[in-house]
Design a protein around this ligand. Structure first.
Ligand SMILES: [Zn+2]
Length: 390
C-alpha cells in the first residue's frame, strides 16, 4: 500500500515537472508567446499554464515582454524566456588545451579563456580544471545553473570518466568531484556527444527529431541524438565509429588494433597520407586544403580517400538508424568540397537508394565552440528539463 502511495506522489510531482518543462520549452522556442497559445500548444489548461508561468517568473526564468495583438477582447500578455537568468559554467577539455567560459540560457558564451595543457595529465590536469572553474565562476553575474563539461574519452551516465587516454584519467568521478567542491549540479559527457546536443538543441523550433553529429579532428567521435535525447548505448560507447575497422590490413591504431577508421580519416592520419603521397612532411590541414583547391592531384587524392572512408562509415549509420540529418564538424572540415563530396558520394553509393536520397550530410565547420555550447545544452536538459522528446 505504501508503495502505491509513494508512486502516486512521485507521479504527481513528475507530472508537474513535466508540465513545467513543456511551458518552459514553449517560452524557450516560441517566445514572446501568450499564455493562451502556450495552452493551445501544450494541451494544458489556461489555469495550469498561468500558474506555471507565474512560477517561472518568480524564479526569474521568464518575464512579461508586452502585449500581443487583440483578437477582440483584452490584448494578451506575452511572455518570454529570460536568457540571462542563469549562468552555466562550461568547460571543453581538449587533448591539447582546456577551455572554460560562462554561458547564458541560449548557449551564448562570454568570459572565455583557454590554457595549454603543456603535457599535464592525471592530478595536474584535474588541478587545471579547478583553476579554470575558480576563475570563471568569480565572474558570473547571475545564479549558477551548474557546471557542464565536455571531455574526450568514454564517460558513463553518472559523469565518471571511464577512460581518457591522453589525460591518463581512468575511472575518474569528475561530476561528483566538481559537485562536492563547488556545490553546483555538475554534468560531464563525452565531447562529441555534448557537441551533438548543442547542434540539436540550438536549432530552434525546426530542430529534427534525430541527428548524428560526427567530430572529425585528432580523433573521430560521434554523438547520436535519437528521439530528442542523447543515446549512450548499453556501455556508454554508442557512436564510437572511430574504432570500427575499415581496413583489416591497415595501419596500427592507438587502441592496439589495425585499420580503424581513425587510421585513415582522422587529422593525423590524413597528414601522414599526404606526406606519403609526396607532399611536405610539415604540411598542415589548411595547406593541404589549399593545395587541393589549386588542383594538386596528390592533395585531391588524399582528401577524397579520407572522405570516402568516412562516407563508408556513415553509410553504416544510415543503414542501421535511418537518421537523415548528419553533421560533420571539427578541424578536418577545412578540407572542404573534395572531402565533403567524397563523403556524400560514398555514403550514397553504399546505402539503399530511398534512405540515401532523404539524407543530408551537412558541413558544421570547425565547431570550435560546439563542445562548450554542448556543455551548456547538457545543463539545460538536465536542470531545466529542456529535453525535446516528441
Ligand atoms: Zn582503433
Amino acid at each position: 500500500m505504501a508503495r502505491i502511495e509513494y508512486s502516486l506522489k512521485a507521479t504527481h510531482a513528475q507530472t508537474r515537472a513535466h508540465n513545467a518543462s513543456l511551458v518552459l520549452r514553449a517560452l524557450y522556442d516560441l517566445g514572446p508567446i501568450s499564455r493562451a497559445d502556450i495552452a493551445r500548444l501544450t494541451g494544458l489548461t489556461r489555469t495550469s499554464v498561468g500558474e506555471l508561468v507565474a512560477d517561472l517568473e518568480a524564479e526569474g526564468l521568464a518575464r512579461e515582454v508586452g502585449r500581443g495583438p487583440s483578437t477582440g477582447g483584452k490584448a494578451p500578455t506575452l511572455g518570454a524566456l529570460e536568457s540571462d537568468a542563469r549562468t552555466a559554467i562550461v568547460l571543453d577539455l581538449g587533448e591539447r588545451t582546456f577551455s572554460a567560459a560562462l554561458a547564458n540560457l541560449r548557449g551564448e558564451l562570454t568570459n572565455r579563456r583557454t590554457r595549454d595543457l603543456d603535457g599535464r595529465d592525471g592530478d595536474d590536469a584535474l588541478a587545471l580544471v579547478h583553476e579554470l572553474i575558480d576563475e570563471v565562476s568569480r565572474e558570473a553575474t547571475s545564479p549558477v545553473l551548474g557546471i557542464g563539461v565536455g571531455t574526450p574519452g568514454i564517460v558513463d551516465a553518472g559523469g565518471t570518466i571511464r577512460w581518457a587516454v591522453n589525460l591518463e584519467w581512468k575511472d575518474l568521478p569528475l561530476a561528483d568531484i566538481l559537485h562536492d567542491r563547488y556545490g553546483h549540479p555538475a554534468i560531464v559527457a563525452n565531447d562529441a556527444r555534448a557537441a551533438a546536443l548543442a547542434t540539436f538543441l540550438f536549432e530552434g523550433e525546426d530542430r529534427p527529431t534525430n541527428l548524428i553529429a560526427i567530430k572529425v579532428g585528432r580523433g573521430i567521435g560521434t554523438g547520436l541524438v535519437l528521439d530528442g535525447d542523447l543515446f549512450g548505448g548499453d556501455g556508454d560507447g554508442a557512436g564510437e565509429i572511430g574504432h570500427i575497422v575499415v581496413e583489416p590490413d591497415g595501419a596500427e591504431c592507438h587502441c592496439g588494433r589495425f585499420g580503424c577508421l581513425e587510421t585513415v580519416a582522422s587529422a593525423p592520419s590524413i597528414l601522414r597520407a599526404a606526406t606519403a603521397a609526396g607532399l611536405s612532411p610539415t604540411i598542415t590541414l589548411p595547406e593541404l586544403a589549399a593545395a587541393a583547391q589549386a588542383g594538386n592531384p596528390a592533395a585531391l587524392a588524399v582528401s577524397r580517400a579520407a572522405g570516402r572512408a568516412l562516407g563508408s562509415a556513415i553509410a553504416n549509420l544510415i543503414g542501421i538508424l535511418d537518421v537523415r540529418h548528419i553533421v560533420v564538424h571539427g578541424s578536418v572540415t577545412v578540407l572542404g568540397e573534395p572531402w565533403l563530396d567524397a563523403i556524400r558520394d560514398e555514403a550514397t553509393r553504399r546505402s539503399l537508394g530511398p534512405l540515401a536520397r532523404e539524407t543530408r550530410i551537412v558541413d558544421g565547420g570547425s565547431g570550435e565552440d560546439l563542445t562548450l555550447v554542448g556543455a551548456c545544452a547538457l545543463l539545460l536538459t538536465s536542470e531545466l528539463g529542456l529535453t525535446v522528446q516528441r
